[in-house]
Structure formats: C-alpha cells, structure tokens
Design a binder for this molecule. Structure first.
Ligand SMILES: Nc1ncnc2c1ncn2[C@@H]1O[C@H](COP(=O)(O)OP(=O)(O)OP(=O)(O)O)[C@@H](O)[C@H]1O
Length: 670
C-alpha cells in the first residue's frame, strides 16, 4: 500500500506517524554519529538524510573510517528500492580509478547473493558522488552520478524501483556480514526479521506501510503472461553468473542451445570487464542487426559504461579499419551479384560445375564459405581443404574446375573495380598482419560465432589477442546456418577448457522447445572442438505452457490473418519465411488484410507492427509469437540443403517465446 493511499484513507494522522517515524530515524542516526569520529557537518547532514530514508526502504551503511575512508572504498553504501548506491562524499572530483575501485569493492561483497529470483547482478549497483552545497561540482563522467547535497532526491526517489523489500534487505545484510568496514546506521540487522519467502516484501516494509515496491516482475507481464521471469539485468543463474565473473587466462567460449542466455551473458561480461578496468570493449557479430539490438540492451543493463563498448557488425568494423588506413573497401552487393552472374552465365551454367550441382547459389557459397571464407590462396590448399556441411565429395580434379571458376570471378571483380564482403575481412586481416591495431580492446565478445568464416574468426582473434579475458566466443552449433565450419585451432585459438555450456532456456515456453526439438538439426559446431554438444532437446525450459498451432489447409493467407487478429498481434509478432520474395509477399498480404506490417530487416528499435523477415534475418531476435507459413518451394534435394533448412527452421522456431504457428499447405493455387 502506498503512502498516498494510506494518507487518502486515514488523513493527517498517518502523515503525523510518517513524520514522527522520520524524526525518530534522524535522532537514532544522530546518536550513532555522535559516538564515532566526527564527520564534517555537510557529510553528517547527508548521512542523516540517508538514514531518514530508512522510512522509504533504504538501508544505510556508513564506512567506519569516514571521513578518513581508505582509498578505493565508499564512504557509505545505501541499499533500497533504487538499488545499491556506492556513495563517495567528495569536496573534489574523485579519480576515476578510485570511484571504479569503490564500485568493485562493493560489488564483490554482493557477488553471488541468492534471492528468490536468482543471483543478484551488479547491474543494481551505481556509484554516486555527493558534493557539498556550493562546493566544486564535479562533472559526471558517465560512470558515476554526481549530485549536490541538495539534490539527493535524484538518487533516492525512484519512479521505477529495482529491488523489492526482501531483496534490498538481503543485500544490506550481506554487506553488513561481509565486512567490518560498513556499519548500519539507524537500522539493526539483528532486529529486522528475515523475510518469509520467495518474492515477499520484507516484514518491516509491510509493517511500516511506508512504501510500496512495484514488483519488477510485473514489468515482465507482456513477456510472460503465465509465469513470471526475473529481469535478466538484475538476476542471473549460477552458470551464467559464474561465467560472467570468471577469470579466463585466454580465449573462452560460451555455448548452449537457443534461448539459454548466451548473448545475455556476453553483455553482462562486457559490463563486468568495463567496470573493472580502463579501455574500450567490442561486441561484434557477422549479423547486420544483432550489434544494434545488443547496444540497446546494453544501455538498459549498464548505461554507466555504455560509452566504452563498441557494438559493431564485423564487416562494418573491418571496413572502417581499412578506411582509416587509407584502403577503402566499399561493398556494393548488387554489383557483386552482377559480376558473379556474368561469370556464371559465361563459364558456370554450361560447364562442369552446373553439371555437378545446378544451383548457382551453391557455387557462390563454395567461393564465399570455403575458398575465400577460409582464406585459401592456392589450388593446392583448396585441394586439401575440408568442406564441412557442403555435401558430397569433390575430387581433386574437379576442384581444379572450381578453382578456375573462382579465379575468373576474382578477375571479374578486379576488372569492375569492386570488392565482395569476404574481401573486406581478408584485407582487414592482412592489414592487421602488417600493422597491428593501435587501439587495443580490453575485451571482445563475438556473438553467433558459429556462422563466422574462418577468416572472420582469425580477424576477431587478431583484434582481441590471446590475453586474459580478451576474447569471448558465443555460439550454438545447432543454429549454424552457413556451411564451411572450422576448428578453433585453425584460427590459432586454444580454449584449454575455458568453455561453458548453458542449459536453462529462458526464452521459449516448454511447448515451443518441444516443437523445435522435433527438428533434426545437426550440431556442427560444438562437435568441432570436443566441447560437450548440448542440443535444444536436452535444454531445460524455465517457462511452462506455450502454444503451438499446426495448421494445414488451402487458404493459408486467410488462416494467418485470422490467427494474427485473434492474437491481437502487433509488436512482438513475426512472420518468417524461407525466401526474401516470400517475405515481401507476406508483408503485402498482411497490409492488404489490414494488419500493420513491415520488413524485419533493416532492424529498427521503433515499436513496430508485425515484422516480416526471412529465417536468416530472424537470427538473434526473439518475438512473442512467430508464424512460419508454408511455401511452395522445394525443400531441397541434397542432404546438405535439407540439413541447412532444418537448422534455419530451428533458428526460426526458437525465436518464439509464447506462440508458434506452423503452416502446411495442401493443394492450392496461392
Ligand atoms: N537469467 C535470466 N533470467 C531471465 N531471463 C533471462 C536470463 N537469461 C536470459 N534471459 C532471457 O532469455 C532470452 C534469451 O536470452 P539470449 O538471447 O541471451 O539467449 P541466447 O542463448 O543468446 O539465444 P539464441 O542462441 O537463440 O540467440 C532473452 O529474452 C533474455 O533476456
């Protein structure tokens, strides 16, 4: 019940009680402060103000050495609805390293605190520098908040509480128990009864009735209508938090099936590293939109250090490096396609390649994923190259034909003065071989690593180096949608056991996991370096329920429109297709049917209508509801095509959180 509510119902007597309570807290704090080395008067006022906020759910702990607090420690720590505040009482701007160290000291004391929702993360911790009225205002450096004595409301009054009473009390107790340096002010940990159970507001909060903690889990209502999911920013599970906090002596890898929080972990890890050291960090992926999405999420997780983390698509990053070094390498996909088509028409279509596999896409992939993707420079190296997931053996003699075709393609690009996407990565890798990177990153996380080419992998390794905590590879072999895999050792990367596997699926409700588990998607990544292969089938969905609709019939468009209307679908719903043409077509069908729709790519953070994209475009995203309409396209004739399709379908299915619609067209002329 809120203060306002109590006041409205019981009138002024409640306000009287409220004021009386605050006055009692102030007196208590005053007595405690008198019995210890004196604080400068402004600091005493601030601490008393903090203590009074006990009435609003804040627990104050004062450093027993203040005002002579040892370097790198906080003067006070507050724990309450707004999280954990690491307070520095400063007349002058504190050195960034000292403020950071005070943060880390406090965060380490809280590390691993178990709450009913999971293990508390340091996303709840903020550093606040308080300076005296009329003192020299320090500039906010982004990593800490700076407030004058008169502005404390800025940090104490929170519109959106992050900790409930029980969690705040547990955190305050942990700090009290974890160090002799911090002393509770105006509250006695022994006298406050322990909260009774999962998710309950602490007894003291109930009895005082002085504030109402809005349950964070309510905010998840849209996300999880039946079962509450803890906020991923505030709580992690033990496997996730362990990996976030671990000291890795060299490159490390996080794997696990879809939805198990791999990307989430990577973001927490970057925040953890950013808060513990200087320098910039990089989150990258070969996917176009994923870094943008990750940037948004990181801002919500760790706004204080967001300015130190770059979120860049790998190609974009490489192109910028080349531009900086005066080796501009701009890619025009349409011109590349035209060049390939010209070569195909001239030499591919009627030659041995088409006779072996008629699809021009297959041979473009052979160049992209195997020859250029692996950085092969000679026919000899191509002759002995592994071609994982490419289907069928190519004899050494046949490979000579492919090599000839490839050389012609390269000549064509050269004559037209253009580059393809592989050229960007190859040239960037060459460039770093010649002159290493000036700006060294203190950490690099690579998401969806299973779909990088070998050259891409070598590039991220060249960027990160092998130093401790420098490189984190995140991926899932079952979701690999491009062929031409590699072994980490081919990129000179050695994990030496620095490999974590996540199993708890936080995204997909049980029914969705079950449906996705029926797909026969071969894991081509985890097998590669001997890590245990955990498939989606053996993951553990945290959320029960979910709905899978398997529709079959002739009027698929009407069925999809009706289902969308029935769901009241809008933002959070996606229609995913195998081909780009089908995605364009469905966008039109939905619009004509009165359902606001737009294409998924390019991704934009604006609240949207129903998003329509290809299975590939949907990688890395998640939606409340996913529609997979059937398409009148052959499922693929070759084993590698069928395998690739299964993995794409697995990716698409596991994008759905609550609802999955799968269409199967019977005879129709749609
Ligand atoms: N500990 C957690 N508590 C609550 N939610 C979580 C937790 N970890 C992850 N999530 C949520 O689960 C969903 C899936 O997480 P994430 O995207 O990180 O998984 P992933 O393993 O990278 O998935 P994929 O491989 O399918 O892309 C996200 O909505 C994320 O916020």
């Amino acid at each position: 019940m809120s203060v306002e509510h109590l006041r409205a119902n019981r009138g002024v007597s409640v306000t009287g009680t409220y004021d009386h309570h605050r006055e009692r807290l102030r007196r208590e704090a005053d007595e405690q402060l008198r019995a210890r080395p004196p604080l400068p008067s402004w600091q005493k006022r601030v601490v008393e103000r903090f203590a009074v906020e006990r009435g609003s759910g804040w627990y104050t702990l004062l450093n027993q050495f203040a005002p002579h607090t040892p370097d790198n420690r906080p003067d006070a720590v507050l724990v309450g609805p707004g999280g954990v505040l690491v307070v520095l009482l400063c007349e002058h701007e504190p050195p960034v390293a000292a403020a950071r160290a005070a943060f880390v000291w406090t965060a380490e004391l809280l590390a691993g605190l178990a709450t009913p929702h999971g293990l508390l993360t340091e996303a709840v911790v903020r550093t606040v520098v308080v300076f005296p009225e009329g003192g020299r205002a320090t500039a906010e450096d982004g990593e800490h908040v700076v407030v004058a004595e008169s502005e404390l409301d800025r940090v104490l009054v929170c519109a959106e509480p992050v900790l409930d009473g029980a969690d705040a009390l547990a955190a305050a107790r942990q700090l009290d128990n974890g160090t002799f340096d911090l002393t509770p002010i105006a509250w006695n940990p022994q006298r406050i009864p322990r909260p009774r159970g999962a998710g309950q507001v602490g007894a003291s909060d109930r009895s005082s009735g002085l504030f109402e903690v809005r349950r964070l889990r309510d905010e998840q209502a849209e996300r999880a209508p039946h079962v509450a999911v803890p906020d991923w920013r505030l709580f992690l599970d033990d496997a996730q938090l362990g990996a976030v906090r671990r000291q890795y002596g060299g490159p490390a890898r996080i794997s696990g099936p879809a939805g198990t929080g791999k990307s989430t972990l990577a973001l927490h890890r970057l925040a953890h590293l950013a808060r513990r050291g200087p320098g910039r960090l990089l989150f990258t992926s070969h996917l176009e939109s994923l870094p943008e999405l990750a940037r948004e999420q990181f801002r919500a997780l760790a706004p204080q250090v967001a300015h130190r983390v770059e979120f860049r698509n790998l190609h974009e990053w490489a192109a910028e490096l080349l531009a900086e070094r005066g080796r501009d390498t701009v890619v025009d996909e349409q011109r590349v396609d035209a060049a390939f088509t010209a070569v195909w028409e001239r030499s591919g279509r009627s030659g041995p390649l088409a006779a072996a596999r008629p699809s021009r896409h297959y041979w473009k992939d052979e160049i992209d994923r195997v020859i250029k993707g692996r950085g092969l420079g000679t026919l000899e190296s191509y002759r002995s190259a592994t071609r994982r997931g490419r289907g069928g053996q190519l004899s050494p003699a046949f490979r000579a034909h492919v090599w000839e075709f490839y050389c012609e393609y390269e000549r064509e690009l050269c004559e037209r003065g253009i580059y393809d996407r592989n050229d960007v990565l190859i040239r960037a890798l060459d460039e770093l071989g010649r002159t290493p990177l000036g700006r060294v990153y203190s950490g690099v996380a690579v998401d969806e690593v299973q779909d990088l080419t070998l050259v891409g992998l070598r590039l991220v390794h060249a960027v990160s180096g092998d130093g401790p905590n420098r490189l984190l590879l995140v991926g899932d072999g079952q979701q690999q949608v491009f062929a031409g895999g590699w072994r980490l050792s081919e990129a000179g990367i050695s994990l030496r056991g620095r490999s974590e596997v996540l199993r708890r699926n936080y995204r997909n409700r049980a029914a969705i996991v079950e449906a996705a588990g029926e797909l026969d998607a071969v894991n081509r990544f985890d097998d590669i370096d001997g890590a245990p292969a955990v498939t989606l089938r053996s993951s553990l969905p945290v959320l029960s329920g979910g709905e899978v609709v398997r529709w079959n019939g002739v009027a698929q468009r009407d069925a999809v429109l009706a289902a969308l209307r029935g769901l009241d679908a809008g933002a959070g719903t996606a229609v995913l297709t195998r081909s780009r043409a089908a995605a364009e077509e469905w966008t039109e069908v939905l619009r004509r049917g009165g359902v606001p729709a737009r294409r998924l790519a390019p991704w934009s953070p604006e609240p949207a209508a129903v998003l329509v994209g290809t299975l590939l475009e949907a990688k890395g995203f998640e939606f409340r509801a996913v529609f997979l309409p059937d398409e009148r396209r052959p499922m693929g004739f070759y084993r590698d095509e069928l395998e690739a399709l299964q993995r794409q379908l697995l990716v698409a299915t596991t994008r759905a959180r609550d609802y999955l619609w799968i269409g199967a067209l019977e005879e129709s002329d749609e």
